[in-house]
Design a protein around this ligand. Structure first.
Ligand code: PA5
Length: 476
């Protein structure tokens, strides 16, 4: 008997780039066929290089959609653990937090944390990705230690912000439940062998998960960094990987016409280098996708903002990512996007079918300014507002594109995040920079260690003090 092909039934996301082109917004700001043709060999070469690097094992983030066994283990652990807790608190920053925030707001109900324990099928989630003392103190005030699991996440295992929050959490558990409780209430996610957090996890017997080698923080949402908290709060992480795998297959073509990530990178590259679009606004029209824009902001900024090219020249590359939210920011930012400097591309995220919809009731049938709304739904209204903003932006010759999600689900979010990661990796090579390092972030970490008196960083502390002494302060 012929084997049945295991075809996924997941809804597929689409990329509409009509309004990036000259046919929609004119040749001054729009990209012409000729420009696409001219850049095509470069884009195809970039694709081939990424394929070769992947084959050579240099891009492990690209293989994450297929780590099904690891994800099943995480899901198993999460299922048995989640039932013991009401609260999961993630301690992490940057790439160790933003993916989790994005998955939670996309895939759990908006007010998940406010539901009472009987109605909520999974623990609440708090992501502490800052070191604001008031917020931290306020959080400890509301947490019942007996019902709280902390997941401390740091690839390097030494980031000052995360490790200080870890010390607070450990102290909180020790003080309230006793030292023996620490290993039941703290789970670590970190490197397999390096870093202080790894040493602590091993020596104190903390349950730990591994950030795979070679996967940088901002590309780690599909590792235990993002998957464990997601699974703990009830998100179907296997479907998320299934979605990413669907996008991976679409991104195997060297033809931008078939590969949405390559087309998107090619267009942003031309917009940046030939049309002076030094800013990219991502504007989701769905609250659930607001934090996708936040996650993308780090991905695009940290990956592409680089001083040096791959051949060592000073290039100061990058395109500034900005997050906006439709329809809210129509009443805050859209005026600038339409009539201010034409230095941006806008990437809309549009949802065709919301998981829930709300009908607009009637009531003022004789009031012309209100009666037209009755009978429509909020889903219709927000889609109309997105279309209206897009029309106005296009009329003003502003390059814009739309990623269309037929629905918001683990599978479509998996596709979307993976597409944006691949687009970023292509864009890095198009710009001839290393998209996977972050020397600027590391320099900031070193300066923080020096200022906080960490042993081994005395020289840097002396340099900072010397530099500071040279500068004439101007404070009024
Ligand atoms: O993307 C990155 O590499 C950074 O944003 C890191 O995720 C961030 O600095 C936190 O680092 P770590 O996970 O080592 O604590």
């Amino acid at each position: 008997m012929a084997k049945k092909k295991n075809r996924s039934t997941a809804a597929i996301i689409k990329y509409d780039y009509t309004n990036m082109t000259d046919s929609a917004i004119g040749a001054r700001h729009g990209i012409t066929e000729k420009q696409i043709e001219k850049t095509m060999p470069h884009a195809q070469e970039v694709h081939r290089r990424r394929v070769a690097e992947r084959k050579a094992g240099k891009l492990p983030f690209m293989d994450l959609p297929y780590k099904i066994n690891e994800a099943s283990d995480i899901a198993g652990f999460a299922k048995s653990t989640a039932e013991k807790f009401d609260n999961v608190v993630v301690l992490g920053i940057g790439g160790s937090a933003l993916g989790t925030i994005c998955l939670q707001s996309a895939l759990n109900p908006a007010f998940h944390n406010l539901k009472d324990n009987r109605k909520r099928k999974a623990p609440r989630l708090f992501v502490e990705d800052n070191i604001d003392p008031e917020r931290l103190a306020d959080m400890l005030d509301v947490l019942d230690p007996k019902k709280t699991l902390f997941n401390v996440i740091s690839k390097s295992g030494s980031t000052a912000e995360t490790m200080s929050a870890f010390l607070v959490a450990r102290n909180f558990i020790k003080r309230t439940l006793g030292p023996a409780a620490v290993k039941d209430h703290i789970v670590a996610t970190t490197d397999v062998s390096k870093g202080v957090l790894r040493d602590i996890a091993d020596s104190e017997g903390l349950r730990s998960f591994i950030v795979p080698d070679g996967v940088g923080g901002r590309f780690s949402v599909l590792t235990p960094v993002g998957l464990l908290p997601a699974a703990l709060v009830g998100i179907d992480i296997l479907k998320l990987l299934e979605g990413a795998a669907i996008m991976d297959k679409r991104c195997r073509s060297a033809s931008p016409a078939k590969n949405p990530a390559l087309m998107a990178a090619l267009l942003q590259y031309i917009a940046l280098t030939r049309k002076g679009k030094s800013i990219q606004v991502m504007m989701p029209y769905a609250n659930a996708l607001r934090d996708v824009a936040d996650w993308f902001r780090q991905l695009w900024a940290e990956s592409l903002g680089k001083k040096y090219s791959l051949d060592g020249k000073v290039v100061n590359s990058g395109q500034t990512p900005v997050k906006a939210l439709g329809a809210t920011d129509q009443h805050s930012q859209a005026q600038l996007y339409m009539e201010g400097p034409n230095d941006k591309t806008i990437t809309f995220l549009r949802v065709e079918n919301f998981r829930k919809d709300v009908k607009i009731p009637g009531g003022y049938s004789k009031t012309e300014g209100l009666s037209y709304l009755a009978g429509h739904t909020f889903g219709e209204l927000i889609r109309a507002e997105q279309a209206a903003t897009q029309i106005a932006i296009t009329d003003n010759n502003r390059p814009n594109s739309t990623i269309i999600l037929p629905e918001i689900s683990p599978a479509t979010i998996g596709q979307l995040l993976y597409m944006l990661e691949i687009e970023t990796s292509y864009m890095g090579l198009l710009l001839n920079i290393d998209a996977f390092d972050q020397p600027g972030v590391e320099a900031g970490k070193v300066a923080a260690y020096a200022l906080m008196g960490r042993a081994g960083f005395e020289k840097r502390a002396a340099e900072i003090n010397k530099e500071a002494a040279k500068v004439k302060r101007k404070i009024i």
